[in-house]
Ligand binder design. Structure first.
Ligand SMILES: Cc1c2[nH]c(c1CCC(=O)O)Cc1[nH]c(c(CCC(=O)O)c1C)Cc1[nH]c(c(CCC(=O)O)c1C)Cc1[nH]c(c(C)c1CCC(=O)O)C2
Length: 374
């Protein structure tokens, strides 16, 4: 099976919105949509370890499809079931999930970089992700596009040094400020693995790529532009040139730099992504003002609104739709971060239904009256 003979795509709302084209309503999906809030996901996890699921294409495919099957005609994208931490594993580090990420042997000083594999054969090390993507593309049967992803170098660097989650990122920041040159070298080394990984995902069948810089918001604007931003540009530039050189589809690219709302103008202007994801700490109108019409936006309802019941969800979705539709440019409806365990799957269904209802309304009114919606 090659990319050319996958089943034809029946719903291209996501891809059109990502390219900034007008859509009849906003496409919608949610980060972590195949996850612990779903009983069918937890059922699979009862008998399989987290990374075992990632490494077994049958299981990764099954879980990727779970939300698509549960919410037929409501969901406009699938995202491959995997984790950002497969890159540190491919670079030679051990990572466990118990229940959060845990690295038994993190990088403590720049000396430890020697412990990483000198050359990473991404095609071999992450073949299981590529196989899962190809299998999912086949089983999706063209229903919705499939998103591939990776972690951004700064976020991965932080995990590799902290050895897991952290409130202050004290160890990772010690590296940045004490060993800036060694830090930049390691960040670029991770970025090169990201490039190979993302290109491989498109070769395997991914139709849009998202880079998650989940810890971008922990950096000052200066440190973000010094340490993270150059690696994000490295990724977008090299992925695009490699896709062109290898005659692969030029898929849209999304960057979600969580918390880096201070950098939205810079990112829209110079990072080289088609879509910028935003969290809930910025108003959609303000985000659109900062990025102009250069990129599509993705986001941004606070995931915790999903705990607030139907009226709260409907009001928040309506407000979000009005905010995003008030400006020009593409919009992909999403949460401002991943969906959390404990959300009732029926409340997520309601979120999708509200996006269908209100984003249609906004576009419609906008077009027919020529005036922004009140
Ligand atoms: C930081 C990060 C990680 N992983 C990821 C990020 C970036 C997005 C973000 O900021 O949330 C990305 C990720 N992780 C997972 C996906 C799958 C696709 C999807 O549904 O979006 C994606 C895109 C599955 C997962 N990754 C993980 C789970 C839950 C683990 C389980 O099954 O027990 C899932 C479904 C575990 C994971 N993986 C990670 C953490 C911190 C945790 C534990 C805490 C948590 O669950 O949020 C690292």
């Amino acid at each position: 099976m090659t990319t050319a003979n996958f089943p034809p795509l029946q719903n291209d709302l996501l891809l059109r919105a990502a390219r900034g084209e007008a859509t009849e309503r906003a496409p919608v999906w949610v980060m972590r949509q195949a996850g612990r809030y779903l009983p069918e996901f937890r059922k699979v996890r009862e008998s399989h370890e987290f990374f075992e699921v990632c490494r077994t294409p049958d299981l990764a495919t099954k879980i990727t499809l779970q939300p698509v099957q549960r919410y037929p005609r409501l969901l406009d994208a699938a995202i491959i079931f995997s984790d950002i931490l497969v890159i540190p594993q491919a670079m030679g580090m051990e990572v466990q999930m118990n229940p959060g990420p845990y690295f038994p042997d993190p990088l403590v000083t720049p000396e430890d970089v020697k412990k990483l594999s000198p050359v990473v054969d991404v095609q071999k090390e992450l073949k299981y992700v590529f196989n899962a993507i190809t299998q999912t593309r086949i089983e999706l049967n063209g229903e919705v596009p499939l998103i591939g992803f990776c972690g951004a170098p700064w976020t991965l660097f932080a995990y590799m040094i902290e050895g897991g989650g952290s409130k202050t990122l004290q160890k990772a920041k010690t590296w940045l400020f004490k060993y800036p040159e060694e830090s930049k070298a390691l960040l670029l080394r991770i970025a090169d693995v990201c490039v190979d990984f993302l290109v491989g995902q498109v070769r395997a069948g991914a139709q849009l790529l998202q880079v998650f810089d989940s810890w971008a918001g922990e950096l000052s604007p200066y440190d973000f532009s010094t340490f993270s931003f150059p690696t994000l540009v490295h990724i977008s530039t090299n992925v695009r040139s490699r896709l062109a050189a290898e005659n692969l589809p030029s898929v849209p690219m999304t960057l979600f730099a969580k918390g880096a709302n201070y950098a939205l103008g810079l990112l829209a202007e110079k990072a080289g992504y088609d879509v910028l994801g935003i969290d809930w700490c910025i108003d959609p109108v303000e985000a659109r003002r900062l990025v102009g019409d250069k990129v599509a936006l993705q986001g941004n309802m606070d995931p915790s609104v999903l705990y607030g019941g139907r009226d709260a969800i409907e009001a928040a979705v309506k407000r979000m739709c009005e905010g995003f539709h008030a400006g020009k440019g593409g919009w992909i409806a999403n949460l401002g971060h991943g969906i959390t365990p404990g959300v009732d799957p029926e409340d997520l269904r309601w979120f999708f239904e509200c996006v269908h209802k209100y984003s249609f309304h906004c576009v419609h009114v906008h077009k027919s009256s020529g005036a922004p919606v009140s």
